[in-house]
Write a new protein. Sequence first.
Lengths: 139, 115
Amino acid sequence: MGNSLNRNPMTLFEVAGRAMSAQLVRMNASASNLANAGTVSASEEEAYRPVRPVFAQQLDARTGLSTVRVSGLIRENAAPLRTHNPDHPLADANGDVWAAPVDENAEMIEMLESSRQYQNVVEAMQTAKQLMLETMRMK
Amino acid sequence: MSEGLFGIHGMALALRAQRMGVLTSNIANAGTPGYKAKDIDFAAALKARTEGKSEASAIGGATLYRVPVMPSLDGNTVEISTEQTAFADNAVGYSATLSFIRGRVETVTRAIKGE
């Protein structure tokens, strides 16, 4: 996968940095989903649907290193939950409102997994940095 | 000149650095669907290197896909425990190689100074 933005060979820090950005996008998406949990809409089409980033590998053939990029954001194809609530101001002709189909537990897991993967990358980067500094100072 | 001074350790350090990059790539791609984890067989790469191959061809010949213990549904073969163990192992190896090089430099420095 060529990268038009950067003509220099990829470094280890770039690998870690981009992986961390990708995980941040994932955490932001999850936070948006959680924030929209329980929101209601007037129709099935307008209801909020959870967003989910899609990760893809980005290989730098010159160095053999591969980092992560977010290849896109998709809307999950989950069906909004219909609840009968005629007193609601957004209720349609049948007296129904449509709630966002956000699974809070799944979002929490997503958040935890993402932050653990972020931590792993940080740890790897710290060790690599330490070894590079030792090599540079020769002590 | 550097190969004469540092012997095998100069080549070993370059290979260790390259392997560190490959393992970091694996850890970075722990959440990428379809990503296949890779690793460099250090012993094989060093052997090829001492037999006179270039660094690129030695690394290319010794880079293999990791066989997962338990394949995941999304096709990703990164197992974080395996990767972190390999990373730690490689970091210790890097440190050891660095100490050998440092020792050589100290010896030569002492010889030059005539202490």
